[in-house]
Design a protein around this ligand. Structure first.
Ligand SMILES: [Fe+2]
Ligand SMILES: [Fe+2]
Length: 299
């Protein structure tokens, strides 16, 4: 054990123990052949991006169910995209690391978790009958360079924004008995295993912040805000609106102007944004992107 980093090693050791005791294999632990009741929602209505808009008012009950099914499939598809990026980031991080350290071993364990999650989300999307919505093309392209230009606490901060925003939505959905049982199980598995990832990434943010020079802090704040914006903009692929016969552009405009949707994103990001602000990662020159992400409300 490296004595100077012993706190880091202790956290990783604890997380390795917890991973060994409690983990799921979605291939075995989920009954993928269970019937999908047609009248149960995949998405809690008020979390729909169009909830409360004039477009929402024009949708029938069946259309609202269909839109919810596709929105959650889009979120799950983007979850896979975020997990692929995280796996790349972790692989880069440990490339030069010492495999006999606990933190490298934990990073490998987290990659294994994310592999299972991505297969689980993929099976889930397949089961809902929705297509594999990914992020917008520009975000998909930017995703290629992020593991190259990103470093330091912003990288883990970005991981946390994706993990914790999804986590809050998933916790709410798994606790709601009206939601589709398959989705509640998927969410339960994800929430349980993500708690460890959040602990690991938060500790990395706090460990790395004091090492930054002042210009680096500015770069890290900017990069994190930009990625935070890309994350929230990716969640709902505008193509989902086609399933209920809406024009994707018009519907996306309505969603981005919808105060209910802003509030959903602000609420989902509430805990992680408080943590990142406390760590000193939220501020100039990133505020423009934070406001546009709706993770922070402009006063
Ligand atoms: Fe995950
Ligand atoms: Fe994760």
């Amino acid at each position: 054990m490296k004595p100077m980093d012993s706190e880091r090693e202790k956290v990783a050791d604890r997380l390795l123990n917890s991973s060994a005791k409690k983990f799921y294999d979605p291939e075995v632990d989920i009954d993928w052949s269970a019937p999908i009741p047609p009248d149960r929602p995949f998405e809690i209505e008020r979390r729909c991006s169009l909830y409360g808009t004039h477009l929402w008012d024009g949708l029938s009950t069946q259309q609202r169910l269909d839109l919810g099914r596709h929105e959650v499939a889009s979120i799950a598809g983007n979850g896979i995209f975020f997990e692929l990026l995280l796996m790349k980031v972790l692989l880069n991080e440990i490339y030069d690391g010492d495999p006999t350290t606990r933190h490298v071993q934990y990073a490998l364990t987290e990659i294994a978790d994310e592999c299972r999650h991505s297969v689980m989300f993929a099976r889930y999307v397949e089961r809902t009958g929705a297509p594999a919505y990914g992020p917008p093309r520009i975000v998909h392209r930017l995703g290629r360079v992020l593991p190259v230009i990103g470093y330091g606490p912003a990288l883990y901060g970005a991981v946390l924004v994706a993990e914790e925003v999804l986590d809050r939505l998933q916790r709410e959905s798994m606790a709601d008995e009206t939601v589709q049982p398959l989705l509640r199980m998927v969410n339960r598995i994800h929430v349980l295993e993500e708690a460890r990832h959040v602990t690991f990434a938060r500790a990395e943010v706090l460990r790395r912040m004091p090492r930054l020079s002042r210009p680096e802090v500015a770069y890290q704040r900017w990069l994190l805000a930009l990625v935070g914006f890309a994350i929230t903009r990716s969640l709902i692929n505008p193509r989902v609106y086609r399933v209920v016969g809406l024009d994707p552009r018009e519907a996306q405009r309505a969603a981005l102007a919808n105060p209910n949707f802003h509030e959903t994103l602000r609420w989902a990001g509430e805990r992680i944004m408080a943590f990142l602000a406390g760590a000193g990662l939220v501020g100039a020159p990133g505020m423009h992107w934070w406001y546009r992400s709706f993770l922070i409300a402009k006063r």
